[in-house]
Design a protein around this ligand. Sequence first.
Ligand SMILES: *Cc1c(COP(=O)(O)O)cnc(C)c1O
Length: 342
Amino acid sequence: MAYIILNKNHFFNNLDIISKSTKTRDKIALVLKDNAYGHGLFEMASMAKEYCINKAVVRTCKEAEVIEDFFEYILVLGEIPTSKSQKIRYTINDMKSIQKYPKGTKVELKIDTGMHRNGIVESELEEAFAKIKDAELLLECVFTHHRSADELTSEWFWQKENFKKAKDKSRKLAHEFGFGALRFHSSNSASLLRHTDFDEDMARVGIAAYGCLELPDALHVKGLKPVLSLWANKISQREVKAGDRIGYGGDYKAPRDCIASNYDFGYGDGFFRACANGYVSASGAELLGRISMDNSTFATSEEKLLVFDNATVVAKYAKTISYDVLTALKPNIKREIIEHSD
Ligand SMILES: *Cc1c(COP(=O)(O)O)cnc(C)c1O
């Protein structure tokens, strides 16, 4: 079966770059949702701990439980808990959900500053604070999410402005309702790395830590290195004659005699079928024909094939984004951590 290699040096290199912006490792909250962007939740959590990251962000309560021993603080973005926890904080995404959290739960209030997906708007803040107080929840933090931090438009600026207003109002309300001092955060990878003056309590960093952040040239960040590479083993090799066709549908017709080797990976492992049109592996071998469920044929005789070492390249072939390529990788693929510098 195909396997994944995680490069610890690249991960730490990316965290070095990120901590230049946050100024301290303490303010990095590593986003580990969706099996750590396909990298492997447990593997990435253990490496993050080694780097002294003490905060994490996940989608589900289950993910939070798996990594509870690795971090001091975990934020769950998308689920309402059934029991409260010391370390785990839960997001309030909607006014109506406030009464569903167990009493004493530590919560963070999501503000809709323009994405119009989750959260409450600034004008509802007072009502939300009152409901949180009534429900006897512990409000620790107010946060938002940018819809276009990775685009060269004015949107990032006006969303920041909207959040600033929400922060000011929240501070006043926290005082009135007798909550303690609030924390604030709003940055994902793109937003953090375009700040020159980051001053919030933490940043929620995902794709930059995995080394696959793509930004317009003007916002480009130098030196990030992809952490994940996908490898496959050769199952068989043959010589095909000019005119022979390969794989389902016989889509590929060999223009000349050549070596064709079949490798043990396919869309069953989460590799996109959409790459069939002319994909070239990171080792330079051309894909011949379609991608099957568990098989893919390349014009090479290599025993081990480096399918890709940068998800942004695959994303271009599949007309999607690196997040999609990475999170599609199935959790049952073996993940191995290596340490080597290059
Ligand atoms: C996924 C997510 C992030 C991380 O975004 P990146 O672009 O990967 O850094 C941050 N905040 C929220 C709310 C998210 O859902």
